[in-house]
Design a protein around this ligand. Structure first.
Ligand code: OGA
Ligand code: NI
Length: 375
């Protein structure tokens, strides 16, 4: 598929007005899980080639790199070469790494997850007031993409904006449990902060000025949003996925996984590695926009989520994105006659429209976005 075709698809969908509503009635996965089905409804059964090979709780011996950030952000501004080099390698080889001693208080991380778990434990009816639409995705949702009859994932979610300020709207945030808004607000600020620090490392590691990536993202005007994923227990986890393979469309993602339930799998060559979360670590990954800015030196890697039959799972995915209306393209400093730009400029608004209509599609979008190569 080439980029023009993608753009055309998006236009057709928009014209039909399908962005204002979902193509068919929404079924909450929580409702299905609570009805104690002994079978899995067809819509959630993946074709054999996409089914997880294992839903075992025991992950493989391999894990994504775990990097201790202690010392990296010290007052003196001295940065530890070893830590920098490990981050560099992780961004090039894995696209994913876990960070510990990242500066966000463990109590705040626990409070954020606990508040959201409590929210998702409310009856489905109580949450319907927050029900979302495909135009902005803000609120309580149960599918990504608007293709009628599409295969569905075994999860519900909540999506909200933290930045820019004009998109942050408390009325679109849950009001239960009573502490949730305050906790999300504080959590969001801390993660914006942490993201800014990691962005400086990513720039420096490419031999650029430390504010280069941040500038390319629009400086102060970046976007930040949160998607909280709720994966209920699944009657036939070996046939389903909690989230289909995808790469994150934005700049960088900081994930707070469930502390005691595995689920995230990261593609490494041709195998899926189950991530073993380290206590109070965050899982950081490169998104498509940083892959584009870095001209593919940093990799936005495909990942997916598996589910299981005896434990539900809650995860908080924080997305750090460029200002949505500025063109993103490979940085000038990183391209040359020998190393031509791989991607034409595109704003994040244009880019994510594709994801919002098509739903998770592996890495097809960033790959179809590649510039036509001379000859
Ligand atoms: C996502 C995502 C992983 C998880 O929300 O984009 O990849 O473990 N989540 O929930
Ligand atoms: Ni993701």
């Amino acid at each position: 598929m080439n980029m023009n075709k993608n753009k055309m698809d998006v236009k057709v969908e928009t014209k039909k007005g399908s962005m204002d509503e979902w193509p068919e009635p929404i079924v909450r996965v929580q409702s299905l899980a609570e009805s104690n089905l002994s079978f899995l409804p067809d819509r959630y059964i993946k074709p054999a080639s996409l089914r997880p090979t294992t839903t075992e709780d025991a992950p493989a011996a391999t894990n994504i790199p775990i990097i201790d950030l202690e010392g990296l952000f010290s007052e003196e501004g001295s940065s530890d070469d070893v830590i920098m080099a490990r981050i560099s390698e992780a961004c090039r080889e894995w696209g994913f790494f876990q960070v510990v001693n990242h500066g966000v208080k463990p109590e705040l991380m626990d409070a954020a997850r606990d508040n959201w778990r409590e929210f998702f434990h409310m009856p489905v009816n109580a949450k319907e007031t927050y029900s979302n639409s495909p135009r902005t995705y803000e609120g309580y949702g149960s599918r990504l993409g608007v293709t009628k009859g599409a295969s569905l994932d075994w999860s519900d979610y909540y999506f909200l904006h933290l930045l820019p300020h004009h998109l942050k709207d408390f009325n679109k945030w849950p009001s239960f449990p009573p502490t949730i808004r305050e906790v999300i607000d504080e959590y969001g600020k801390e993660l914006v902060n942490l993201s800014g620090r990691i962005m400086r490392v990513l720039s420096t590691n490419l031999g650029l000025k430390d504010d280069k990536f941040q500038d390319a993202f629009g400086g102060e005007n970046i976007g930040a949003c949160l998607r909280v994923n709720y994966y209920p227990k699944c009657p036939r986890p070996e046939l389903a996925l909690g989230l289909s393979p995808h790469s994150d469309p934005g700049g960088m993602t900081i994930l707070l996984p469930d502390d005691h339930v595995f689920g995230l799998q990261v593609r490494k060559n041709d195998t899926w590695i189950t991530v073993k979360p380290h206590p109070h670590a965050f899982i950081v990954n490169i998104g498509d926009q940083i892959q584009i800015l870095s001209n593919a030196t940093y990799k936005s890697v495909e990942h997916r989520v598996i589910v299981n039959s005896n434990k539900e799972r809650v995860s908080l995915a924080f997305f750090y994105n460029p200002k949505s209306d500025i063109p993103i393209q490979p940085l000038q400093e990183l391209v040359s006659a020998h190393n031509p730009p791989l991607y034409p400029p595109m704003t994040f608004d244009q880019y994510r429209l594709f994801i919002r209509t098509q739903g998770p599609q592996g890495k097809s979008h960033v790959e179809s976005h590649i510039s036509p190569r001379p000859r």
